[in-house]
Design a protein. Sequence first.
Length: 367
Amino acid sequence: MKLTINREDILTPLQIISGVVERKQTMPVLSNILLIAEEGNVSLTGTNMEVELVCKLDNVQIEAEGQITIPARKLVDICRSLKSDSVIQLSLEGDKLHLRSSKSHFSLSTLPADQFPNIEENEHDLAVTFLQKDFKNMLDATSFAMAQQDVRYYLNGMLLELGDRYVRMVSTDGHRLALSTLATGFEREEVKQVIVPRKGIIELGRLLTNGENEVTLSIGDSHIYSQIGNYKFTSKLIDGKFPDYNRVIPKGGDKVMIADRVSLKEMFTRASILSHENIRGIQLHLSHNQLQVFANNPEHEQAEDCLDVNYVQDDLQIGFNVSYLIEAMNVIASDNIKMTLLNSNSSALIESSEESDNLYVIMPMRL
């Protein structure tokens, strides 16, 4: 195998593909990227056995075809270290891949391409198309609430629900929930639910742009696929049942607070400085048109702060994890937020004060 490519044409694809590759691997070949040059095309593939990304490279001169796997991180670091206008020559000589650019020469170890696992493509029975920016906005609005390494494996991902004329994404870690809904022209008699693993959601988010281009998701029984520009994305689906999110969303809340989002976030951020570094709890005291917050820590340090809000119901005291409150504020785009509560033991329903397709639920803490 022998090929020549400009640094600028390979660096970004390499960085994106290597994002799939985990740093700690059980199989040495999973630390590598698969490089294939055949029939006039060159592709890079990375996988962690759950998510697979394939990228077709543009503007490559192929002198000799072939395929091999090479260490992902080292190849990225070498290409990144070269000058921006560098021309890179890759050639396989024996079991070493030689990378030459100007006066620089690198020799990388390889593993045979036949050791590289590939995710088998199964038939898909459903496809849905959105604008990239709409899909990215939904991901950004919900992905932060996914669980990480939870024993309830079905929480370590995102629920993707396809219904009659809507698509919905829901994530929860058991302490909070984020939900985003997008209206579509897609008619369905039955609701389809799949769980996309956390890694797949993160990599999808990196591929999407805020552009007007369309993106199609194809969903099968065990996998989800998408072609985004030069990148082909494949992810296994989590085999499990996602919690009934409708039962988590609080109903009947009669205590409604409306506040300036930026001012509220700044107050929560100040109070968080002296909250318990592990529990992160703060106390909210709501009274007529006023919100007070209190925080303390094991060093007997205390923070108090106050904000004028729109609130005319009975006084209420309730505790929350301040990090969850701040993260919800970060993804709400409107100037004002609305928090709806029932009592000091009920979850908070947080959303934009205007019409919105996104909502957030945060469970209270006993402090």
